[in-house]
Design a protein around this ligand. Structure first.
Ligand code: HEM
Length: 78
């Protein structure tokens, strides 16, 4: 659980321009060779959307998050 929480924190920092506390490795480098497909990315984005809705995030903020996450798609997929 400790590692999962740290990863989630790093994810939001990397995705939303928050304070970076990561190892300094680039997103592309971190995800290279993990076999993440477009289908995985879509499922991931879907879960993120549902979670933000459930947490009561504002529609404008949700749109902003989705836009930012989509912008780094090519660093994660493939
Ligand atoms: C825009 C979307 C994403 C962002 C911003 C993101 C960000 C990150 C960050 C910051 C790390 C940690 C790097 C470090 O070691 O310091 C990481 C690792 C990782 N991410 Fe992502 N990620 C994204 C999407 C995904 C997706 C879609 C998957 C899989 C479906 C995924 C799977 C992983 C895995 C397996 C690791 C390595 C975990 C480990 O070291 O044990 N990521 N990601």
């Amino acid at each position: 659980m400790d590692k999962l929480l740290r990863m989630q924190e790093e994810f939001f920092a990397a995705a939303l321009d928050g304070p970076h506390r990561s190892t300094g490795r680039q997103l592309k480098e971190v995800h290279a060779g993990l076999g993440i497909t477009a289908k995985h990315f879509h499922a991931f984005l879907q879960h993120l959307l549902e979670t933000l809705h459930e947490a009561g995030a504002q529609p404008d903020d949700i749109r902003d998050v989705v836009q930012r996450v989509r912008a780094i798609r090519s660093d994660v997929v493939g």
